[in-house]
Design a binder for this molecule. Structure first.
Ligand SMILES: NC(=O)c1ccc[n+]([C@@H]2O[C@H](COP(=O)([O-])OP(=O)(O)OC[C@H]3O[C@@H](n4cnc5c(N)ncnc54)[C@H](OP(=O)(O)O)[C@@H]3O)[C@@H](O)[C@H]2O)c1
Length: 295
């Protein structure tokens, strides 16, 4: 394996699902890491040896210290679009290489083709990166397996039924650790500049099958109770952002009757891709009865 650089990689979203795992893979590979967070106290949850820098994507100049001397950036965008142009401009002043966590909004499958603000934002950032002349790799995961934690763990911890819409809608949940491992590999292995990778899990599973698999892993049956889209809108009212609810309902509705879109890119780069069952087994304690485990 060829080490491309020894300058640190600035990891944004370093305390989040994907970024945190990217930090681990880079550290294991001996790549120096600079982790960006808005909260200096987050340093405690990051591995020893990581240089923690504070910065905020909504305040572009706050990124300067983290960018200075960095060799590459892992970019995770979780804020409104307003500062994207200024951030990419600053990024291009200091580094040549960026790996951007995007989504498969160009993939011609109905699940990915529903108009939504996130797809627009990701496409805009990709254009900014291209226009800035950065050497880029675009990482496009489909549905994260870990969404199941946010969506279903509360109901599964306290009962034996999940009330959810579109039980027959098929997705190919991708393990966040695989997304992170691919992203990290493109940062420390040569040959990925210009790469554009759609990442999915290895199998198409309906949402009801995913819930059943979690039950099998836990050793107790979990029932899938079908909600209509309207019931789901009502049940999530006030607790979920409406655009997110609409985006999901549109995507699930559009994919009904079709298998999920699947790529072999994760296995191609990493050698194998984790199944949803594996993901569920590795996260079983988060679904186990009782209060939510602290993260
Ligand atoms: N969920 C899915 O199925 C899915 C699928 C495809 C793509 N994606 C994309 O994945 C991305 C989210 O990744 P994730 O789930 O790993 O994120 P996440 O777990 O939600 O973590 C959010 C991260 O963003 C950081 N952050 C939030 N506001 C910030 C700000 N103003 N300035 C700097 N950093 C800020 C947080 O850091 P601090 O709090 O420490 O500052 C945290 O590390 C999104 O772009 C999403 O569209 C998601």
């Amino acid at each position: 394996m060829t080490r491309a650089r020894v300058a640190p990689v600035l990891v944004t979203g370093a305390t989040g699902r994907v970024g945190r795992a990217v930090v681990d893979v880079l550290i294991d590979a001996g790549v120096p890491v600079r982790a960006l967070t808005r909260r200096s106290e987050a340093a405690a949850a990051l591995p020893a040896g990581v240089e923690v820098v504070t910065g905020d994507l909504t305040v572009p100049e706050s990124l300067d210290a983290g960018l200075r001397g960095a060799g590459a950036v892992f970019l995770v965008w979780t804020v409104p679009p307003a500062t994207a142009a200024a951030v990419v401009e600053r990024l291009a002043t200091d580094v040549r290489r960026v790996v951007f966590l995007s989504s498969p909004h160009q993939t011609p499958h109905p699940f990915f083709q529903q108009p939504n603000p996130m797809a627009v934002l990701h496409a805009d950032i990709e254009r900014l990166i291209a226009a800035a002349g950065l050497q880029a790799t675009i990482i496009r995961p489909g549905m994260f397996a870990s969404n199941a934690l946010f969506w279903w763990a509360p109901a599964i911890r306290t009962g034996d039924a999940v009330r959810w819409p579109y039980g027959a809608a098929e997705t190919a949940p991708v393990d966040d650790r695989d997304v992170a491992a691919v992203a990290a590999a493109t940062l420390y292995q040569d040959g990925h500049a210009g790469g554009d990778y759609v990442l999915t899990g290895p199998e198409s599973l309906s949402q009801a099958e995913q819930v059943r698999i979690i039950g099998e892993v836990l050793g107790r049956p979990i029932t899938f109770e079908e909600l209509s889209p309207e019931e789901f809108r009502r049940e999530t009212e006030g607790s979920w952002p409406r655009p997110v609810v609409d985006m999901l309902l549109d995507a699930w509705g559009a994919t009904m009757g079709r298998p999920a879109y699947i790529t072999s890119t994760v296995a191609g780069i990493l050698g194998s891709a984790r199944s949803f069952r594996q993901w569920a087994a590795d996260h079983a304690t988060a679904f186990a009865e009782g209060p939510a485990p602290s993260s």
